[in-house]
Design a protein around this ligand. Sequence first.
Ligand code: ADP
Length: 200
Amino acid sequence: MSQGFTLWFTGLSGAGKTTLTNELVPQLKARGVKIEVLDGDEVRTNLSKGLGFSKEDRDTNIRRIGYVARLLSRNGVGVIVAAISPYKEIRDEVRKDVEANGATFVEVFVQASLDTLVSRDVKGLYKKAIAGEIANFTGVSDPYEAPESPEILVSSDTETVAESAAKILDHLEENGLIQPAYFLAQQETEARFASAGEAQ
Ligand code: ADP
């Protein structure tokens, strides 16, 4: 069984957490990793339905996500979490729990400047938040505590999606959490030769 890990994306709304997740999932699956995704928006419609955006509710939401991530990653699953997760203390708490369960926690800070996010405004939320129509909006009217020493920093201000994804795959590979692409190609070739040999 491969070693489980939690790949934890943190960053403001629209920074690129979901986009990078969608980019990485097929690539990780192609490397034989069992993958589960816990996306912040999706979790809020089921596991955390009814929770709001006060500090207390945000902390509860992140602790629930962390709990599921811990259960999965200790059983060899590669878990991707894509949630704003604005508070450092709770992210660090989840890190400790995951590591205490023998899995690896990889924090990825998906960085983008507020200027970029406002001009991008993927979900149309920044304009509303700036106009005061949405209360407790992270980065505008609610705090965001950036990680001080994330394992990986990606900047969607300056990098393409493919570049950011490659950085993450390289880190996972260098830390032995996924197998190198060439290794898998080699295994496939060996398997093909073996079955060709059996057929003779
Ligand atoms: P989040 O999940 O963090 O709220 P989204 O993934 O929904 O953010 O939106 C991010 C937007 O930024 C998308 O429109 C995406 O195409 C764009 N983008 C530009 N560069 C990058 C990058 N390097 N990584 C991720 N997204 C990027």
